[in-house]
Every structure is written in structure tokens, then in C-alpha cells.
Write a protein that binds this ligand. Structure first.
Ligand code: TPP
Length: 355
């Protein structure tokens, strides 16, 4: 896989994030079979009635999968050319989402080579039911492979947080980039989360105290996402944790200074920018954790973040989990994601204008 990705100049997760889709297909609208408009891109959620392998082409050399899918309003036929293995995946009674354009053949609705996704399997919602990106490909890499890889890359840390937070949890959004990133990138979830923060005149003051206050009154687990400067600014706010035996999980995003200021043009004006805006401190938060007698760990991968968060929410007590980040890199990363989103939206608007 890595050799194939290298042909697309993709060697790191960052390269993967910078690999922009060539276009997007709009599979975001789920429709009932009875309401399908032939020729329009859409997603249908249906149950597999039957699926079988069919020999086609000269001398029956090509093996297709043909399936009949139904919902409570009707049924349709789906054909995948040359993809015999799908006949085994599409088990009768299983639920599947298919996305593509329907045509009408002999009075029946047919989808040819639609994107599909088994709905009970992990990771559903990558290939169907949204604006689905179409990436440049190279031999041996399928559209599905590319999409899964880039999905994993952008879902990274906030995705891990959203997955780990249990029903009824409270998420305290620190000021500066924490609240902005949560607002922009926390994936949607059907779990009941309460998201709180303090916006306004106090700026980055009292962020730890706010979270400690939430931990004192909330029913479920409480997690705080906070930048290093804000955390440092209110370190003494952690004191009530020991005094009142509170449970709080701090997810500390340590980029050694104020990452938010890199989002502004002032970032070009060195050395004053670093000295007076970014203000790196070079401090080690292991000592802050020790001061408050809190368990502390630094996590470097999505998997270890996930494990640390799941452990934290499964146990009583408080801890500090630190994720390290790099300010300038973080700004480029944001820019790349915003540009990809803007180009996808721009394309849709342009298409709407011409239609
Ligand atoms: C009390 C107070 N002092 C200073 C500021 C100005 N200020 C806004 S954001 C920020 C940097 C915050 O850095 P950090 O908490 O590490 O978060 P990041 O920007 O890296 O996300 C500062 C100093 C403020 N908002 N409030």
C-alpha cells in the first residue's frame, strides 16, 4: 500500500491531508425508493432481498453481482459489473446504503456500479450518505481505499474524542483554538453530549476552574479540551479536584504557546511574533500534574489517544492526557482543510447556479 501511495507523492499523514479530492459527488440526500428521481445522485438505505453472482460478457467470462434491494416503499435492482465477491457480502436481510444515479430499465429502477456500504459494519458513512470525495488514483489503489485512508487522517484526534465520549458526558471547550476546533471539526454523534464553555470578556481566564466547576455538578463524565497557555494561566484552578474528590479528564493540546495567533497575518513578523504573540514557555506539564497529584500521560497516536480516553471515562478520578502539536504546522493543516471545504462548497454553488 505504501509503495502505491508513494506514486501519488503520499508518504505521511500530512501528504494525505494535502491530497485534495478532484471532485465530490453529492450522496448526502437519502431518499425512499418510491421517491427516487432517475438521473439524480442520491443515497438509498435498503434491505438486501437477494444477491447473486451472474455470468455475463463473451462466453460468460465476466462475473457480475446482481441484487434486489427493498425498503418500505418499493424495490430496485443493483448491478456491480465484474464484482462477483459482492454477492457473498450482500447477505439477504442485511442493511446496505447505496449511492449513485438510478436509471430505468424495462420499467424497473436500476443502479449500475453504485457505491455501497454495509450499514452494520464499523466505519459506515464513509462511502455513502454524504458529500463523497473522489481522489486521484494510481494503479492498485481503489476509490474506497483512498477514501478510507483520508477519512482516517481527518478524523484523527477530535474524531477520537467524539468516539470515546459516552452518552451523558460534558465536554468543556477551552477558549482560543479549542472551542473553534470543536465547533468546526468535532464529528456529529447521536450520543447526548453537553458542550459548555465561557465566551466573552474573560478570554482565556478561568478555563480550568470552569471545567472543575462542571465536574462538581455534572452527572456524567466531564472532559476539558484546553490549550497549554490557557491551562497554565489557571493551573491553581485544579486545586478543588483533590479537595472535593472530583472526576475530570483534561485533554491538553500542547503546542508550546498560543496557536491561535498563527491564524493571523502577524505570523509573518518575526522575531517579534514569537516573542510577543506566540509566547512559547517550554514548560513540562508532568510537573503540573505532579503538583496536583494527577495521573499524566502524553499520547502520540490516535490509537493511544483513544485508549487513554476510554480508560479515563471508564474509571473514576481525574487525569491529564497531553497531545503535542506544532503551531505552524497546525496552521497549514487548518488552511488545507478549510480550502478543501471551500472548494467542495464552491463547486456545489457553481453547479446550482448553472442548473
Ligand atoms: C486573560 C487573557 N489573557 C490573554 C488573552 C489573549 N489570548 C487569546 S488566545 C491566547 C492564546 C491561548 O493559547 P492556548 O491556550 O495555548 O491555545 P491555542 O491558541 O494554542 O489553541 C491569548 C494569550 C486572553 N484572551 N485572555
Amino acid at each position: 500500500m505504501s509503495a502505491r501511495l508513494k506514486r501519488l507523492d503520499v508518504e505521511t499523514v500530512r501528504d494525505l491531508l494535502y491530497l485534495f479530492p478532484r471532485r465530490h459527488e453529492d450522496y448526502s440526500t437519502a431518499v425512499k425508493i418510491a421517491d427516487l428521481t432517475p438521473g439524480e445522485e442520491c443515497t438509498v438505505v435498503a434491505t438486501v432481498w437477494e444477491a447473486r453472482e451472474v455470468a455475463k460478457g463473451p462466453k460468460g467470462g465476466r462475473k457480475d453481482t446482481e441484487a434486489v434491494l427493498s425498503d418500505d416503499t418499493g424495490n430496485l435492482r443493483a448491478i456491480w459489473f465484474g464484482q462477483r465477491y459482492l454477492a457473498r457480502t450482500l447477505k439477504p436481510g442485511s442493511r446496505v446504503a447505496i449511492s449513485g444515479k438510478a436509471t430505468v430499465f424495462k420499467g424497473q429502477l436500476v443502479f449500475e456500479n453504485p457505491e455501497h456500504e454495509m450499514l452494520d459494519s464499523a466505519g459506515s458513512g464513509v462511502h455513502t450518505g454524504r458529500l463523497v470525495p473522489v481522489y486521484p488514483l494510481t494503479e492498485g489503489l481503489t476509490r474506497r481505499n483512498m477514501r478510507r485512508l483520508t477519512w482516517q487522517a481527518v478524523q484523527n484526534w477530535l474524531g477520537g474524542l467524539a468516539e470515546a465520549l459516552p452518552d451523558g458526558a460534558t465536554l468543556v471547550a477551552g477558549n482560543s483554538m479549542s472551542v473553534r476546533d470543536i465547533d468546526s471539526f468535532l464529528p456529529s454523534t447521536s450520543r447526548a453530549l453537553r458542550i459548555v464553555g465561557t465566551r466573552g470578556a474573560s478570554g482565556i481566564d478561568g478555563v480550568a476552574s470552569t471545567a472543575v466547576g462542571a465536574a462538581a455538578v455534572a452527572e456524567g463524565p466531564v472532559a476539558l479540551v484546553v490549550g497549554d497557555l490557557s491551562f497554565l494561566h489557571d493551573l491553581n484552578g485544579l486545586w478543588p479536584i483533590a479537595r472535593y474528590d472530583l472526576s475530570l479528564t483534561v485533554l491538553l493540546v500542547n503546542n508550546d504557546g498560543g496557536g491561535i495567533f498563527h491564524m493571523l497575518p502577524i505570523r509573518e513578523y518575526e522575531p517579534d511574533f514569537t516573542a510577543y504573540f506566540a509566547t512559547p514557555h517550554g514548560l513540562d506539564f508532568a510537573h503540573a500534574a505532579a503538583l496536583h497529584n494527577l495521573p499524566y500521560r502524553v499520547v502520540g497516536t490516535r490509537a493511544s489517544l483513544r485508549t487513554a480516553l476510554l480508560d479515563a471515562f471508564a474509571s473514576e478520578g481525574s487525569q491529564i492526557i497531553e497531545v503535542r502539536s506544532e503551531r505552524a504546522e497546525n496552521q497549514r493543516h487548518h488552511e488545507a482543510v478549510y480550502q478543501a471545504a471551500a472548494s467542495a462548497v464552491g463547486k456545489i454553488l457553481a453547479e446550482e447556479e448553472t442548473s
